[in-house]
Design a binder for this molecule. Sequence first.
Ligand code: IMP
Length: 190
Amino acid sequence: MPSARHEKLDVLIRRAAIEKRVHAVARQITADLKGQRVHLVGVLKGACIFLSDLVREIGLETSIDFIAVSTYGAGNESSGQVRMLKDLDSSIAGLHVVLVEDILDTGLTLSYLLRILRQRKPKSLRVAALLDKPSRRVKKVKADYVGFTIPNEFVVGYGLDYAERYRNLKDICILRLPPPDVLAERIPEP
Ligand code: IMP
């Protein structure tokens, strides 16, 4: 799937496989929290599509909230800095919380989120990550529910972006950027 920007997309996980796996994660959460109310906390913006599909398959009383953090800039390299952009709307004290993440990469974001959410005294705190890239881990964190473990590739689609683009792709795709000489050709001389 070529794009006008010379970026190339190779499908890594097709929509049917995503759907099947999201349903399986939802069933697992339903079983683990049987009879309880579950409070899903989505990490914006990447987890919004995963959360929307997940919550509709959970057979329990649910509520949702969102938190937004920024770990990456506009590109695809981790800055190592986590910044809170939007806090939760309501307290999570005494709730069974499932933090819903798009991708677990270095673990910096998750380790920050777990630290601040634990301070708020939820009854339990679990993590559901659609994707896991364990090879890049810097912080020792792991998710209770993982959709797919993937190789060290930059992926987009199903909520994941590159500079805010590609979130709407139905498949999860590996993004291949053009080589630097192609990029240089496209930057006009001053
Ligand atoms: P971490 O803090 O390095 O674990 O990174 C987590 C965040 O980085 C994710 O929530 C994503 O927003 C972003 N991220 C990491 N890898 C990718 C990727 O392959 N594609 C798109 N975003 C990514």
